[in-house]
Design a protein around this ligand. Structure first.
Ligand SMILES: NC(=O)c1ccc[n+]([C@@H]2O[C@H](COP(=O)([O-])OP(=O)(O)OC[C@H]3O[C@@H](n4cnc5c(N)ncnc54)[C@H](OP(=O)(O)O)[C@@H]3O)[C@@H](O)[C@H]2O)c1
Length: 312
């Protein structure tokens, strides 16, 4: 018993943003399974702790940097998943960049030594897409900070709570027609959430500065991806190709019904610009095709709403 207490007391403390959400939950789970301690920063600190009280939660407190710094004190590594998928209400990409910079400064002041930052493939300060531009600005702030860093750049993340693949499957289960925007010949290279976690946690335990893509072993055209999901879940939906503007209009109508932003114009254009594939060798092992096979009954059984997750 005494031994256990000593182990708990000396175990490394990690701060994981979003441990009650998607990728952060996998990272927190992995660190706990390694005997490390986890705290989280969350927009929903009172959310039920899926780890049975093992994870102490703090609010982001971006507008109270002193309190944010205090919540980070004592942690060695910050695993940062914080970002917004689309602007909504008062939340803009510029604000999310500002919040991320506040978090980086607070981490420096709190004495955190390493940041593992979840970014995205192909970020660029010159990108026409604010998501990718914002990600590049945050990477730059991290690289110029005092922290040692590992920047992890995933493509689309799939897993039990991943939004895109699940919601495509949901649409294919519910509707007789599925509208692919444009030719559908643009590419996508999905990566499994647990593979991203493995990469992130293993880099968290090193101390060199590094930037790595986190990409799965399979590259699909969007047409192939839709055909694969259709086949695995046994959908009979007819696949049609429409102009991106019409697809967006239909997505907005569906979004009105499910009370969510199904997909944004930038996401459509980002996909069509092949930003969700990597030129680097795959770093994830798990094949989407096999995961879909194993999860055929579950994937898309219910809709996952980003608005419900983050704006309730
Ligand atoms: N999901 C993908 O397919 C994908 C692909 C490439 C890169 N990424 C990157 O991977 C990271 C994690 O993505 P994820 O999908 O796993 O995200 P997530 O768990 O849904 O959210 C990550 C964190 O951001 C916060 N957050 C998200 N939207 C917010 C909003 N609108 N307002 C305030 N806070 C918000 C969450 O707050 P709460 O703690 O309150 O939930 C959570 O702490 C992100 O940096 C994302 O850019 C994701």
């Amino acid at each position: 018993m005494v031994g256990t207490c000593r182990k708990m007391g000396t175990a490394e403390v990690n701060m994981v943003t979003g441990a009650f959400s998607h990728t952060g939950k996998y990272i927190a789970q992995r660190l706990l399974s390694m005997g490390e301690r986890v705290r989280t920063l969350s927009g929903r600190p009172n959310h039920e702790d899926p780890f049975g009280g093992q994870v102490e939660a703090f609010p982001f407190n971006f507008n109270k940097p002193g309190e944010l710094t205090d919540s980070l004190r004592g942690a060695k590594t910050l695993y940062n998943t914080y970002w917004v998928r689309f602007p909504h209400g008062q939340m803009t990409f510029d604000r999310a960049v500002g919040n991320s910079k506040t978090l980086i400064t607070a981490a420096e002041e709190a004495g955190i030594s390493r940041i593992v930052h979840i970014s995205i493939t192909n970020p660029s300060e010159n990108s026409p897409f604010p998501y990718f531009r914002g990600k590049a600005l945050i990477e730059k702030a991290i690289i110029h900070s005092k922290l040692s860093y590992a920047i992890v750049r995933p493509t689309v993340i799939f897993g039990a709570e991943g939004v895109l693949i699940n919601n495509i499957a949901w649409l294919l289960r519910r509707f007789p027609i599925f509208a692919v925007f444009g030719s559908g010949e643009y590419r996508i290279q999905p990566v499994f959430a647990e593979d991203v976690t493995e990469i992130a946690v293993s880099l968290g335990h090193k101390d060199n500065n590094t930037v790595n893509d986190a990409v799965g072993p399979e590259v699909y055209t969007f047409n192939e991806l839709i055909r694969l999901i259709t086949q695995k879940i046994g959908s009979r939906a007819r696949i049609v190709h429409v102009k991106p503007g019409l697809a967006l209009f239909v997505a907005r109508l569906i979004g009105y019904v499910v009370k969510d932003v199904v997909i944004t114009k930038d996401e459509i254009q980002g996909l069509m610009s092949n930003l969700l594939v990597s030129e680097s060798p795959p770093t994830g092992q798990t094949c989407l095709s096999e995961w879909l096979e194993q999860n055929a009954d579950r994937v898309g059984a219910s809709y996952i709403s980003d608005l419900q997750r983050h704006y309730r």
